[in-house]
Design a protein around this ligand. Structure first.
Ligand code: ADP
Length: 777
């Protein structure tokens, strides 16, 4: 999947998850609301039910004393007699039955706390009472309509609270006109069960009615009260004080029968003034329902008689003849719900913010990862590019080294070649001339060794170093090195002290490479010495199977800070400023060569006092018989005194050998001619380009062809391929003779068909041996 489609998918998933969380929050909140409403409904109904049951219970409890009194035979007899008294106030007051009845009621007043009683005749006249003022007149219960009729019909019932017709003392001890009062009434029947009068006992609502509603209050604002069909409050309000402050109540202690349950249209508790007068205000929703004699519940909210938004439940009771309502401020009712909802939404918002944060973080991390991946990719590309550039650079370096080597070897061939020829000139050179010629040759040799060092280093870097391990006589190598170093010791005025005397002791090594290494150490000991200084050569056996060759000097020594960097290639450790010639590769090359030959190298040094470098090479245990070819080696040894007659190796007693040399450089031709002249029975013919060489080879059928590598128009290798392809010339051996000294050059020449390959400058000893060997083959 592409990165952009991954991003789109991630975005869609994030939005979907966000929507899911929002949906979850809404669903949870609505569930909480529903559960809250159910809970609220239960609370309202329970408060309402408690009050309703409380009222019914109170009614029942007050019926008993009334029934007991009404069914008391003495009461009945007295009432029967009183019914016969004239219906005037004076007559009734004067009747002895009046006092009798008052005496009979007294215990109820004292013990149960009833405030008084009425005996009401069929015509509604009060026949008897605790107070004189009511007697002989129409009883106030007559105005209650159906109530008395039901009693006359035989029921025992409690009246609603009604305004008292006499001033009464309230619970605060105040005597108040029109205070609410209640009656429990029961018929007084004669012997055959006919109702002859009604006994009505006055009850104070403060004592038994009001507490029921007080107990049904809940929370901070929940209240329960009774309301009649006209919308008048029958019980006390919880908020009498507020109502009084708002001007709805004259007396802050009494709301019952003093307050119509109307909706002021504004919240009076907020100090607002209603637009309509009280009497013009509509009943509250609950009061309207009660007046319609309906029970119900409203959780949506409506304004109560204070104008406060409430939720409520109400019940209409036909038997009571009024309703009971329970209400609570909507804010309080839904407070828990709001709190939960706010918590849910706050948590949701937090969750969403966290999610957005995480999403943002994920995006940032993703970008970071993508950036890192991109950078890694770029770095990899750069590394690959760098690698291929490095490869190209290596290739270019190899090509450069190869061509440099070729260009230097060609003139070097002339220098060392003629110097060697001059050493064997006839007539011989004088001793002085010979010495000078040897110096020329040594200089050439040194130059050649420099070129070889650089080539070696590049070969080592390319992993193509050519080494052949064989027993090497140490004395011989040491002596060769001493001979080669002499011009340098003379130049730097150094005394060379050779304490090595090993006879035929041999070590396993590559002769040339070992010499190269030892020479390098000796050369350094001379170079980094002081005028008049000393270089000492010594040898010792180490650990039984190593031969250690030590090269010591009493020169400048090596500082401690440089000791760890001695074998770093191209690091001259400050010597470049001293004017001493050098390339900084000698020690690096020496260590690599020694280790490749299975040896070890090390040094000790004290700055200002001198250094000792040592080489360890594995010893050869058995002595090696001297090879016959050794003679020819000695022949051209620098130790050989040229003034002595020299036995030349040649083709003993054989026929003359014809050698064709294809070469465009005349100096090279002269050198080869000179070498062959020193031998018997060799005749040299030459061609200066490949085409002439091939032609001459066909015509003259030489015994041997020497082929230069770089010829005009056609390369030496191509010429060899053509010679080998031609039946006339295919059997003539060819020796490649070229200034191209790279390994690959030799391989190419051999592939083209050469029998051997020699590099310039020509090593005469090697040249003669190769020529003779090729002709013998
Ligand atoms: P070069 O001699 O061409 O500079 P080498 O690799 O042979 O390079 O030596 C590296 C460096 O080590 C020298 O440049 C020189 O500073 C230091 N060195 C080598 N041999 C000696 C020695 N015998 N005494 C003091 N310093 C030496």
């Amino acid at each position: 999947m592409s990165s952009s489609s991954k991003n789109t998918l991630l975005h869609v998933a994030s939005v979907a998850f966000g929507a899911f969380i929002l949906f979850g929050a809404v669903a949870t909140s609505s569930w909480v609301q529903q559960a809250g409403e159910e809970e609220l409904q239960k609370s309202l109904k329970s408060a309402l039910d408690n009050a309703h049951q409380g009222v019914l219970q109170m009614y029942r409890s007050h019926q008993s004393p009334a029934l007991v009194l009404a069914n008391d035979e003495r009461v009945r007899n007295v009432v029967q007699r009183l019914l016969k008294v004239q219906r005037t106030r004076a007559a009734l007051l004067a009747a002895p039955e009046q006092n009798l009845l008052r005496t009979m009621f007294a215990p109820y007043a004292n013990v149960v706390g009833y405030e008084g009683f009425f005996i009401i005749a069929k015509d509604g006249v009060s026949l008897a009472s605790m107070r004189d003022v009511n007697i002989g007149g129409e009883n106030l219960l007559v105005s209650q309509g159906e109530y008395l009729k039901q009693i006359w019909a035989g029921k025992s019932l409690m009246s609603q609270p009604i305004k008292s017709d006499v001033p009464l003392t309230d619970r605060h001890g105040h005597i108040i006109n029109g205070l609410a009062t209640m009656f429990t009434s029961t018929p007084i029947q004669d012997e055959v069960g006919a109702t002859i009068a009604v006994l009505a006992i006055r009850i104070s609502p403060d004592d038994s009615f009001a507490p029921i509603f007080s107990r049904a209050r809940f929370g901070e604002s929940g209240e329960t009260y009774a309301v009649n069909a006209a919308g008048v409050m029958l019980s006390e309000s919880r908020f009498n004080d507020h109502l009084s402050q708002s001007g709805l109540l004259d007396d802050p202690h009494h709301a019952d029968l003093m307050l119509e349950v109307r909706d002021p249209g504004v919240d009076l508790t907020q100090g607002k003034t209603p637009v309509l007068k009280r009497e013009n205000q509509p009943l509250t929703k609950m009061a309207r329902e009660i007046s319609a004699r309906r029970s119900g519940i409203d959780l949506n909210g409506y304004r109560d008689y204070r104008g406060v938004s409430v939720v409520g439940a109400w019940v209409w009771d036909d038997q009571l003849g009024y309703g009971i309502a329970t209400e609570i401020n909507a804010t309080e009712a839904f407070e828990e719900h709001w709190r939960t909802t706010v918590t849910i939404y706050a948590a949701t918002v937090l969750l969403l913010i966290t999610m957005v944060g995480l999403w943002w973080l994920a995006m940032a991390v993703r970008k970071e990862v993508e950036l890192s991946a991109m950078l890694a990719e770029q770095a990899q590309k750069a590394a690959e590019k760098g690698k291929s550039e490095a490869n190209l650079a290596n290739q270019a370096k190899s090509e450069f080294l190869s061509s440099m080597s070729h260009e230097l070897r060609t003139p070097l061939n002339a220098i060392t070649g003629f110097a060697q020829l001059l050493e064997y000139a006839n007539p011989p050179l004088t001793a002085h001339q010979l010495e000078q010629v040897r110096d020329i040759r040594k200089g050439g040799d040194h130059l050649l060794s420099l070129i070889n060092d650089i080539l070696d280093l590049s070969k080592i870097e390319a992993g193509k170093l050519d080494i052949s391990i064989e027993p090497v006589t140490v004395d011989e190598v040491v002596q060769q090195c001493i001979d080669m170093i002499e011009p340098q010791t003379d130049k730097y005025e150094i005394t060379l002290d050779n304490r090595i005397n090993l006879d035929d002791v041999e070590v396993m090594s590559d002769h040339l490479r070992l010499r190269q290494c030892l020479l390098n150490l000796m050369s350094n000991a001379v170079k980094y010495n002081r005028p008049g200084g000393r270089v000492t050569l010594a040898a010792e056996k180490v650990e039984g199977h190593w031969l250690r060759v030590l090269v010591s000097d009493n020169g400048i020594g090596i500082s401690d800070k440089h000791k760890g960097k001695m074998f770093e290639a191209f690091n001259r450790l400050g010597a470049e400023a001293s004017g001493v010639e050098g390339t900084g590769i000698g020690l690096s090359l020496t260590r690599t060569l020694i280790e490749k030959m299975g040896g070890r190298i090390g040094f000790t040094s004290v700055e200002g006092e001198g250094s000792t470098f040592w080489l360890d090479m594995p010893l050869v245990r058995s002595s090696r018989p001297q090879a016959a070819e050794k003679q020819s080696v000695d022949l051209f040894s620098p130790r050989h005194d040229a003034s002595e007659p020299v036995e030349r190796a040649g083709v003993a007693g054989g026929a003359e050998r014809l050698v064709l040399y294809v070469e465009d450089n005349l100096a090279n031709i002269r050198i080869v001619r000179g070498i062959l002249c020193t031998l018997s029975h060799y005749k040299l013919i030459t061609a200066q380009n490949a085409e002439d060489g091939i032609e001459l080879a066909r015509k003259a059928s030489p015994d041997l062809i020497l082929m230069d590598g770089t010829l005009p128009n056609m390369s030496g290798n191509e010429a060899v391929r053509r010679l080998k392809a031609c039946s006339d010339t295919k059997d003539i051996p060819v020796i490649g003779l070229s200034a191209n000294a790279m390994e690959k050059d030799q391989e190419n020449a051999m592939d083209a068909g050469c029998s051997a390959y020699l590099t310039k400058p020509i090593d005469i000893e090697q040249f003669i041996a190769t020529v003779q060997q090729t002709l013998r083959a």
